[in-house]
Structure formats: C-alpha cells, structure tokens
Design a protein around this ligand. Structure first.
Ligand code: HEC
Ligand code: HEC
Length: 337
C-alpha cells in the first residue's frame, strides 16, 4: 500500500548494515541488569498492551483491535537487528507528525511516523527511555550497545564546563562594573554602562548556556514537567468551530493516533475507554486539559503526553464534543457495511 509506505520506516533490504565490532565493553554487568529490569517494568506498563509481554504479534490485549499497521513484532531478530539503538530511542522519543496525505507534515523517507505508535518523549525521562531500549533489545536476543553511562558523563561534564564559564563571566562582569564605578567616582561623572556592556552580554550568554545545560541534565534523569494547563477559551464563530472540528477529527487519527487506544463506533483500541459518548460525558475544556497533560491529573496513566499543541488540542476537544452516540450504539454490534 503506497499511502502506508509514506510513513512506515523501510527496512533496507534486510541488509546487515556495517557489522560493528564489539569495540568496548559497555558498563558493568550489574548496571546492565538493573537497567534491563527497570526497562522491563516500564515496558510492561507502557508498551505490553500493544506489543505483548514478549514483543510478539497478537500477544498484547490491544493488538487485535488496533488499526493497521499492527504493532511491530519486537521479538523478530532479523528485522529488529537492522535498527540501531539510537533509532529505537528516536522512535519512542519523537514528535508526532500529521500523516494526512493532504495538508500534513513533511515526512522524511526513512523517518518513522506511524501515528498509532505513541511517543513517550513528553512522559518519561531520557534515562527511562534508554532502559526501555535495553529491555526491547532482550526481546530479540540482543543487548544495548549504546553507552548510556558515557552519555550521562558527557552531560555532567558539559554542565560543569558551563558552570565554570558562567562563574568566569560573572567575575569578569563584576570586575568591569567595579572599574566603571571607580572611574565615574574619580571623574565625578555618571557611571558609563557602555564601558562594561561587553562583559554584560558575555554574562547573559553564559547564563543562557548554563540554563540549557541544566535543562539537559534534568531531562536526562527526570520525567518532563510542564506548567499547569490553563483553562482554554474554546469559544469560536460557527464556521471556525466547524473547521476546527474537522481538523480535530483528522488529527485524532492521522497525527496522534488516539484510535490506537480508544474506540469510536467499535473501531479502535481498548486501552482507554470508548469515546462514542464523549460529547455527553465530558466537558471540552476538561478534555483539553487532560489530553495536553494527562500526568498532571494521573501521574501513572498509560495514556502518554503526546506533546499536543494548543491549537491541535482545541481542535481535538471540539471534535470529541461532537461524539454523541445514543446510549445503545456503544454496545450494539457494528452494522454490516
Ligand atoms: C498503542 C499501541 C502501541 C503502544 C502503546 C506502543 N507501540 Fe510501539 N508500535 C506500535 C505500532 C502500531 C507500530 C508500527 C508498526 C509498523 O510500522 O509496522 C509500533 C512500532 C514500534 C517499533 C518499531 C519502530 C520502527 O522503526 O519500525 C518499536 C521499536 C516500538 N514500537 C517500541 C515500543 C515501545 C518500547 C513502547 C512502549 C514504550 C511502544 N512501542 C508502545 C504500537 C504501539
Ligand atoms: C497509549 C494509549 C492511549 C493513547 C494513544 C491515547 N489515550 Fe486517551 N486514555 C488512555 C487511557 C488508558 C485512559 C484512561 C485514563 C487512565 O486510567 O489513565 C485514557 C483516557 C482518555 C480520556 C478520558 C476518557 C474518560 O471517559 O474518562 C479521553 C477524553 C482521552 N483519553 C482522549 C484521548 C485522545 C483525544 C487521544 C489522542 C490525542 C488519546 N486519548 C490517546 C489511553 C490512551
């Protein structure tokens, strides 16, 4: 199916891409087994409903009700071994793309962009995601070779270097400011701010770099945190609301793959509740706040934070408010078509 090939990563002819020699022994065995067991725990909670406990097809309870493509068989070594550790990491930790054939996002040829495989970038820490990759490797009899300890060390070193630069810039700024003050006093004039503008700019740049390094360090070890989601203003003119609702319907399937976990009219996954009657049961501004940041309301929810933009969240909330099936429709069998 051509339409599908557009957003499915191609496995390059099953070729063995550059056999990497076991060049270094990575980490110690104890660290590795701790990493794998942490990864198993997270996998069981966030992945197994779709991919199965052992990564096999039709093993997870959600597998059969999912739309195509079905979750990848993670136990298949000949296929999984064509992916580098970093590629698996990037699949789990990515931004969702609108895969609509018309008006969607640009998607690179070998970019993975299946909407029904959720991202965990906005839910888990980088370290947690690496531990999941380590566990996924064991499902097809391999081991993680990416050196996570080295990555951790690089982050710490970069943070230290940024701190040292900042301290240096601060000292230079204070010295230049003092000098300008002294000169002004000697000459009985006002302080010339321009005299130490260069040092002030250098200090601001060093502060920015330090904040960035701190951010990377935080993101490595801790789950992402976001400010509380403000109550949205969903009031719109009727034609704007209609457009937004249409957009929401499209994004629901083509970008965020909500249908992977939720059923409407008996179609779609069953990890979360069916949404046929969402328009009666749920308040759109509550839906907006929930889908923007489920972990704020329920930290261990299996529904990940999908990094939904404000505009997309509005559109999807409006779309859900139009789902108003009569009570019996949700349980009735799907009519033959
Ligand atoms: C809602 C169901 C669902 C959940 C939850 C889910 N996946 Fe997936 N996963 C999919 C689907 C669908 C695909 C795409 C299969 C394809 O393209 O053939 C996929 C593909 C993958 C791939 C292959 C990517 C590639 O490059 O082809 C990996 C690796 C993967 N998932 C790992 C995970 C991990 C790890 C988790 C948990 C952190 C997870 N998945 C959670 C549905 C899911
Ligand atoms: C990986 C599975 C998964 C994906 C993807 C997912 N959800 Fe959920 N969703 C859940 C689960 C599980 C719950 C139940 C809340 C809980 O117990 O954590 C839920 C709850 C909800 C609820 C509250 C339903 C109720 O009746 O209380 C809404 C609304 C919702 N999701 C909408 C969405 C939308 C819209 C999307 C796409 C942007 C989406 N979900 C994507 C799993 C998922």
């Amino acid at each position: 199916m051509i339409a599908q090939a557009r957003w499915r990563r191609m496995v390059v002819g099953g070729a063995v891409l550059g056999v990497v020699a076991a060049s270094s022994i990575v980490g110690c065995a104890l660290f590795q087994s701790e990493q794998v067991s942490k990864g198993r725990e997270l996998y069981n909670h966030y992945c197994s409903h779709c991919h199965g406990e052992n990564g096999r097809q039709n093993e997870g309870y959600n597998w059969a009700s999912m739309p195509d493509p079905k979750p990848k068989d993670l136990s298949n070594k000949s296929e999984m071994s064509t992916f580098k550790d970093e590629e698996i990491f990037n699949t789990i930790s990515r931004d969702m793309k609108d895969t609509s054939p018309e008006g969607g996002d640009k998607i690179g040829d070998d970019e993975f962009a299946v909407p029904t495989m959720p991202t965990f970038k906005y839910t888990l820490s980088e370290e947690e995601i690496w531990s999941i990759v380590a566990y996924v490797r064991t499902l097809h009899g391999m081991k993680l070779t990416y050196n996570v300890e080295e990555r951790k060390k690089e982050i710490k070193d970069a943070l230290q270097a940024a701190q040292a630069k900042y301290d240096e810039a601060k000292a230079a700024y204070e010295a230049a400011e003092k000098k300008a003050n002294e000169e002004a006093e000697q000459k009985g004039k006002e302080v010339d701010d321009d005299a130490y503008a260069k040092e002030a700019a250098a200090l601001a740049a060093a502060k920015k770099a330090l904040d960035e390094a701190k951010n990377v360090d935080e993101r490595f070890a801790k789950r992402p945190k976001f400010p509380q989601v403000a109550r949205p203003d969903l009031a719109m003119k009727p034609d704007a609301a209609e457009k937004s609702t249409e957009l929401g319907k499209r994004l629901y399937t083509n970008k965020y793959g909500c249908n992977a976990c939720h059923a409407v009219n008996q179609e779609g996954g069953k990890v979360g509740p069916a949404l046929d009657r969402a328009g009666f049961r749920l308040n759109p501004s509550w839906v907006y706040r929930w889908i923007k940041y489920p972990q704020a309301m329920k930290p261990e929810s299996r529904m990940p934070n999908l990094g939904i933009s404000d505009q997309d969240a509005k559109a999807i909330s409006l779309y859900l408010s139009t789902l108003r099936a009569p009570r019996e429709a949700q349980v009735a069998d799907k009519p033959a078509s």
